[in-house]
Every structure is written in structure tokens, then in C-alpha cells.
Design a binder for this molecule. Sequence first.
Ligand code: AMP
Ligand code: GLY
Length: 424
Amino acid sequence: MKILVVGSGGREHALVWKLAQSKPAHELYAAPGNPGISEHAECIDIKADDVTGMAKFAMAESINMAVVGPEIPLCLGITDILEEAGIDVFGPSYKAAQIEGSKAFSKQIMRKYGVPTAEFENFTNFENAVAYARSLGTDMWIKASGLAAGKGAIYAPNPDEAQKILKSLMIDSQFGESGHEVVIEEHMRGEEASIFALCDGKTYKLLVSSQDHKRAYDCDKGPNTGGMGAYAPAPVITKNILDKVENAILQPTLEGMASEGAAYKGLLYAGIMITNNGPKVVEYNCRFGDPETQAVLPLLDGDLAEILTACARGDISRIDFDVTEGYAMCVVIASGGYPGSYKKGLPVSGLEDVAAMKNVKAFHAGTISDGDVIKTSGGRVFGVTGWGSDFTTAMTRAYAAVEKITFKDAFNRNDIGSKALKHL
Ligand code: AMP
Ligand code: GLY
């Protein structure tokens, strides 16, 4: 089979790395890909959100199956375009991708189908939004309904701050159109975890649970980022909690999506808060999480190409796979200044040392190659994953590999996994 992976980050590197282990071997392409991905796949210079360019390439190259990493092409409808051209796609349709593309839509689905989530209201009118925020009289979250590169959820400690945030989103267009509709929701307390469901439009199978670390610095300090590290499985997701997530959250959501004419196929990412009143949805994403995927996939004991193709074709129920016992942990190495502005083009050293280590993998997230030299090209530069039969081994391996990789002003969190240790 010819498989095209869309995207260029650490998540896509992990997907390609795992797809390269499938048997029989497939012909792998990635667009645009990155230097790490190019070890396993031919990289094609097409931007991930150039959905027409991607479709032209896929048709010209007779691609059989596409695996779409990022949310933007999915929310632009890449699945529908490729499927019309007869290509199997692991990823939701345009309509189903709105579960991430429109937080207002996602919250309405949850309300309509009784899925536990933070109390909320949606607004397109600034005055009404301010009046609601004032009526809450407490802290809250204000969210741009549309895509905002992971920056669209803002905490407001009180209604005065909420009004300022609402103005910047709805009047000053901080995130363009994306913030013209907002969700205002209750602040939930608890520990977060990520649940990945492989969906085929009718049913689903779960991958192992994981936990992201969204803040930039140790002890959950500093600004929100795309994710500074993750581990899997997340011990906070006990069997009892997982049953609740499946019965009260995933099943009604998938049934609801089907009833709305948006049957869900692809990866449904449920961001869960484990509150005193049980698990509640923080957000849905229409794709694999990054960096959670870099911790989840090393534990997958199964053929990823077979699994994703079965989802694309509507028959995941016939596929069996296992989860390797043990843990995996991914530590992100970021460029100084991230998530604000940062330098690019900094030469990286130490990757050969990591390549020689066992049970670790340095997934490239923001790199380019310049001749023989790997240079930085993004804020999150690597996601370095270690795995092993117990949590401490996975953690020690990940951090030993992180130590080897250096570039100017590189930084990483040193406390990835500390929450898991409290549970274990
Ligand atoms: P979102 O983009 O909706 O996933 O929000 C990003 C992050 O903000 C989440 O992972 C949470 O850490 C935090 N967050 C969002 N909404 C809430 C909420 N209602 N209560 C508490 N934390 C939240
Ligand atoms: N790690 C968070 C996300 O992928 O949205």
C-alpha cells in the first residue's frame, strides 16, 4: 500500500515510525514531513493545509491511504476531498471535524447528548457575553470557538478580566474569525488526561490513556503550550474512571455525532478532567494529540497500518491489538522563548548518541536539515520518548536521552511524570 501521512511534527514522526514497523512494508510518504520522518518516508514539499495540493499529489501518485495528523486540513475538509478521489482516509469528514473546529458545536453536541462537561454558554454577541460573564461572578474560561493553534482557551480570574478577554476576542479579533464566537465556561478542578479512541464511523477501540503537560515550566507554571511532555498510561485513569469515560462520554458522543449526520471516523481525542463529580470533557480534538502520541504509540503492540486502514474502511471491530505492559514517557525539548518568539536555524548536536541508545526515540518536531546538519525550525524541536517495563525506567531513559541533545537556549521541563509517581 502507498500511505501518505499529512503533517510535519513530532506526532507525525511517531505515526510514520510506527507505520514503518507494519508488515508487509508499505511505501510511505509524508507531506511536508521533517528530517526525522525522512528516515522512513519520502517527504513531499506540500504544506499540510494545502488540501488541494495534497489531493493532486495523492491522485497523481495513486496513494491508497492517507493519515492526517493536524486539525487544520481536517477542518478544511481534506477527508471528503481525498475520499471523493477514491483514497481511504484515517481522519474525520469536514462535518465531523467540527467537533474540534467549532467549540460551540462541540459543546452543543455534549449538551444535547448528555455528555458531562463544564457548564457553558455560547455567544456571538459581545454585550450578551459580558452580561453572562458578569452573572457568573466568579472565575471562568473564555474560549475562541474556532481554531486558534491551541491558544484560544483563556482563563479569566473574574468578570472584569473576562470582559477584557471577550473584547480582545470578539471586538479586536485577536484570533480573527475564530474568536467572533466564544464559549464561556465554568472552571473545573481536577487532574487531566487524554483518551484516544480509534473510530470507524460505527464503533471504536481505545488506545492507552496518557497525560499531557501543557504549561511551559516545571510545577505547571508559565504559559500554556502545545504540550511539553506526556506519559502513558496515565495512572489517574483507573478501570472505574475509564468505564465512566466510555459509557458516559465516548458512547453518547459517537452516537450523537452519528445522529447529527456526522458519523465519526478517525481519532477522537477526549481531553478529560477527573473532577470530584467524575470525569468531564474539557475539549474534543479531531486528531491524535501531540506529544501524547509520542508516548502512546511505542506501547502499541499491533500493526498501525492495519488498524488505521480498518478505521478508514469502517471495520475496526475485526482488528485485534494489544498494549505492551509498562510505560512510555515523552519529554519535549523546546527552543528558548517558546511559546513566545524563539530563534530558528540553531544547529543541533547529540542525535547520533540518542540513536545508539535502546528503548528511546528522538521524534523530530521542529527541525530542518541543512546539508549534514540538523537545525531547529520550530518552538517544540524534539519529543524524546523513553519506554520500559516500569515508570521509573521509562522516565530515566527519556531524560538520559534528553541530556544528550543540545542546541543554544534549549529547554525542557524536568518534572514530566511527577503526577504519575504520586499515583503509583
Ligand atoms: P482547551 O483548548 O479547551 O483544551 O483548553 C486548554 C487547557 O486549558 C486545558 O487542557 C485545561 O488545562 C485548561 N482548561 C480549559 N477549559 C477548562 C475548564 N473549563 N476548567 C479548567 N481548565 C480548563
Ligand atoms: N497535546 C494537546 C493537543 O494535542 O491538543
